[in-house]
Design a protein around this ligand. Structure first.
Ligand SMILES: [Zn+2]
Length: 124
């Protein structure tokens, strides 16, 4: 299960972060997933809950939202957002400005931890 291995990575990261920042617990975690990934948001949340059991992130609230994919045109340099719904029927991506097909994805394949809220250890 793809989501579970991602969740384990996220929790590993949170554990390290908590150590570095001397957090006694992680309360809120904001995650964005790119539109080009095939991650299922609710499955990811569920996996995060499971993976965080017994760690510093246990009981944390996980917020997952999708982030628009974008591409960059190698011909004219324009960056543009990709509307995945509009693209579903069209597998050929091209630049909206110059119509070049020399485009590459800039964003959309990533999972980003936007923000982590935690509580400091007492006396720290
Ligand atoms: Zn272009």
């Amino acid at each position: 299960m793809h989501e579970l291995s991602l969740a384990v990575n996220v929790v590993d990261y949170l554990t390290k972060l908590a150590e570095e920042q001397r957090l006694s617990e992680v309360n809120e975690v904001y995650i964005e997933i790119g539109d080009l990934t095939h991650i299922n948001g609710s499955q990811l949340k569920f996996s995060l809950k499971m993976a965080s059991e017994g760690t510093v992130a246990q009981g944390a609230k996980f917020f997952v939202r999708r982030r628009r994919a974008s591409m960059k045109c190698n011909a004219c340099g324009k960056s543009s957002k990709i509307d995945m719904k509009a693209m579903l029927s069209d597998y050929e991506f091209c630049c909206p400005r110059c119509k070049s097909r020399e485009v590459e994805f800039e964003q959309g394949k990533e999972l980003v931890l936007k923000r982590v809220k935690g509580s400091k250890k007492k006396g720290a």
